[in-house]
Each structure stands twice: as C-alpha cells, then as structure tokens.
Design a binder for this molecule. Structure first.
Ligand SMILES: [Zn+2]
Ligand SMILES: [Zn+2]
Length: 146
C-alpha cells in the first residue's frame, strides 16, 4: 500500500491508493472528493474498459469479463450527445479498476463534481482519468448508479 511516483505518474496497489490519488487531485481542483464507490459489474467483475466525454459529462464502462456496457451515474441523460473517447494507459493497457468519487455542495448531500479514479491492471498506474462538474442530486443514489 502507498502511492509511489515514477516520472510524472503515480502508482499504487489497491483501492485505498486510488482514493488517495483522487483526494489529492480533487483538492488541487478546488472541489475535494469525499464520497467513493467502486463499480462492480453484475457478473462480479471489478475491472473495466472506460470511455468518457468530459465535455458533455458522460462515461460508460465495459466489463472486462462479460462485456456488459453500463452508463455511469447520470450519463444516460447525456449519452446521445457524447463522443465517447476510449481510455488507454501509458503502458497501452485498456483495463482498469475504477473508483467513482464525488465532491458535494457545502452542507448538502448533492453532487457537485464527479471524478473517475482508475488503477491500470497492466502497470498499476493510478489517476483521475475523467472529471467534470456534475449536478446529479443525491450522492448516494448517483454513486450506486455508477
Ligand atoms: Zn461483467
Ligand atoms: Zn498501465
């Protein structure tokens, strides 16, 4: 456990490390993430390919085991306009463990900003691969839909 920096990238070994990186990144972004949830496919898999469009605020994950496609959080509302971009790690791996993370409005449980933390299954790089301002209402309901 524990983040290690190599060059300009951070590497970790587990979800705690992804969370630590999301917290670091989100603090620098001005909207600290405080709630987290690890997406799990109905088949039980924790690893996915990730596609996103930060401009419209939509992401979808494709299960690395069964191929199920899931629009994350409130992304279904924006998917029609989205031009999904496929994420590839610097090591060329395309399969990641994900950590959905949100910042909330002050004294509220409403989502203000959405961060998608990733850990590469090839080289264990961790990072926030996509994030955007997201006004999706209740954080618990939002995260359970990611
Ligand atoms: Zn699956
Ligand atoms: Zn990698």
């Amino acid at each position: 456990m524990g983040l290690k920096k190599k060059g300009k990238y951070w590497y970790g070994t587990d979800t705690q490390d992804v969370q630590a990186e999301v917290v670091r990144f989100s603090q620098l972004n001005g909207y600290p993430a405080t709630r987290f949830s690890s997406p799990v496919c109905p088949c039980g898999s924790l690893t996915f390919k990730l596609e996103s469009d930060e401009e419209v605020g939509a992401a979808r994950r494709v299960c690395a085991t069964c191929g199920a496609v899931h629009l994350m959080g409130d992304s279904a509302q924006y998917a029609d306009e989205a031009e999904f971009e496929h994420h590839v790690c610097v090591c060329r791996e395309e399969v990641f463990q994900l950590l959905s993370s949100v910042a909330l409005y002050a004294e509220s449980s409403d989502v203000r900003w959405y961060y998608i933390g990733c850990m590469c299954m090839g080289c264990q790089l961790v990072g926030v691969f996509a994030h955007w301002k997201c006004e999706a209402g209740d954080a618990e309901a939002f995260l359970s839909a990611t």
